[in-house]
Design a protein around this ligand. Structure first.
Ligand code: MN
Length: 236
């Protein structure tokens, strides 16, 4: 019996963020949100990098950044340059540390599609001053994410079209088979740096074509075979 459960808390903690599970009334409880930077060569190049010399890397977004399908995204403060980055999201049902690549897929509960919303001006400022990225990557609604489709239903998803549309026009398109680090390698590498836990999400990087969103925009993102995600940006 966990003793902590019997102790009164000084206030009621905020409810943890959850996502729908496709084909079920159950919800997926969200833990950490790990993100992979520059995991597609064409995006690394558009950001001024050289994918042959600089491997992908990780950063974390607060789990309180989650926005679910159909909700309205609040346009964030402190930015005039908010960018979309469509990404495949891997949802973990088991945790671990130092997980070998060959065992990594056993941690996966399912998949979704999400957007790594970025205050690009705040991120550029952080890069220039060699400061951390949180101001660029974490804010209310910085992590829109679809329902999670269980891997028992989808099978392993390692090749599928990924795209993002704004107001019906295609802005990003690619294939998840273009990832530099594949999902098992991402999980294995992450598990060396961090303790992975059930509920953690991994945003696996974006293909080329990132660009700004505007107030009032309607976004639709999809990966073939996975639940879709659609949402509108607030008009003020
Ligand atoms: Mn990203």
């Amino acid at each position: 019996m966990n003793k902590l459960r019997c102790m009164p808390l000084v206030f009621d903690p905020p409810a943890i963020p959850t996502l729908p599970v496709e084909g079920s009334a159950d919800r997926f409880p969200v833990g950490e949100i790990f993100c992979v930077g520059r995991n597609y060569a064409d995006h690394a190049i558009e950001m001024g990098g050289d994918p042959s010399r600089e491997p992908p890397f990780f950063f974390i977004k607060s789990s309180f950044s989650i926005l679910s399908d159909g909700e309205e995204m609040r346009f964030p403060d402190f930015s005039n340059d908010v960018h979309h980055e469509v990404e495949m999201v891997v949802a973990l049902g088991l945790g671990g540390s130092h997980v070998p690549v060959e065992e990594a897929m056993s941690l996966v509960f399912g998949y979704g599609v999400g957007v790594d919303m970025t205050r690009r001006d705040r991120q550029a400022e952080a890069k220039q001053k060699s400061r951390p990225w949180e101001a660029g990557k974490t804010f209310v609604h910085a992590a829109p994410c679809s329902a999670i489709a269980p891997i028992e239903e989808t099978g392993i998803v390692d090749s599928a079209e990924i795209d993002l549309m704004i107001n019906g026009q295609i802005r990003q398109t690619g294939n998840i088979n273009q990832m530099i680090w594949k999902v098992p390698e991402i999980i294995s590498r992450l598990s060396e740096l961090f303790l992975l836990r059930p509920g953690d999400l991994i945003f696996t990087g974006t293909p080329a074509g990132v660009g700004p969103i505007a107030r009032g925009d309607s976004l639709e993102v999809s990966i073939t075979g996975l639940p879709r995600l659609a949402f509108k940006v607030s008009s003020s």
